[in-house]
Design a protein around this ligand. Sequence first.
Ligand SMILES: Nc1ncnc2c1ncn2[C@@H]1O[C@H](COP(=O)(O)OP(=O)(O)O)[C@@H](O)[C@H]1O
Ligand SMILES: [Mg+2]
Length: 276
Amino acid sequence: MSTALIECRAVGKTYAGASTQALVDVNLDVAANEFVTLVGASGCGKSTLLRTLAGLESHDRGELRVNGAPIVGPGPDRAMVFQHYSLYPWLSVIDNIKFVRQLKVHTDGRSSADVEAASGRADALLHLMGLSAVAQAYPNQLSGGMQQRVAIARALMSRPPILLMDEPFGALDAQTREVMHDLIAHVHRQERSTIVFVTHDVEEALYLGHRVVLMAPRPGRIDTVYDVPLPHKRTQDMRLSAEFLQLKRQVLERIRETSGMKTDLDLLEKLSQQAN
Ligand SMILES: Nc1ncnc2c1ncn2[C@@H]1O[C@H](COP(=O)(O)OP(=O)(O)O)[C@@H](O)[C@H]1O
Ligand SMILES: [Mg+2]
């Protein structure tokens, strides 16, 4: 019996009409409460794997299971956060967070006690995400980082055990991103969620992940899985530790090797030698 919450067994996918396989023989287990990051060059299938886990995309080979049950579509056990947070501009922060829940209340004919519980949950999330002071503000009055906090709070509203995040901080500046890193790690501890987090930023992958899954392109596949040799509770100074920097160098080198970038760099080197 496997104890993994998420299981990928020999998963493969080719998009209709595509010449290369988006995913080949992907095998990955994610344990409950783990924080796994997927990193790799553009086009290596990170988003495809995540969308397949979300049930937004089908796979054509292998097996994908959550809690032992095959993934056949989106479900309340998995919430997704994208790079471009799509908040409702006409709703305040608090109403954006409650929105999905309110829809449910109306359609399922839930009681006012349910609505009250949802309000309590929304308030708790405002607090957790440091949004209490802007509860009544509208999205266009907030910075990108704050808007993304609202989007994360909204994703957490229905207590999904699994959070799937596709380059959620990709549009934020470096300082805001650092703050968001500590915030999402805090959320992970508080909510005891299981997180699969996609990024092309190696430092981000190493800082957040308990394990880092390095993917490679053409065809999209898992190349190497690294255990990050740091305590699960990270602190910013760890970014400068010897273990961190050594692993960062190792991962960057492997990305260069597997993505064809190394060949490009060698070619550049040769060209510049010829020019001299
Ligand atoms: N909707 C799609 N239709 C056809 N090909 C796609 C589609 N989405 C992604 N691909 C292709 O699948 C491969 C993996 O893409 P993707 O999962 O987006 O990679 P990543 O997120 O790592 O950049 C790429 O070759 C990409 O061009
Ligand atoms: Mg992507």
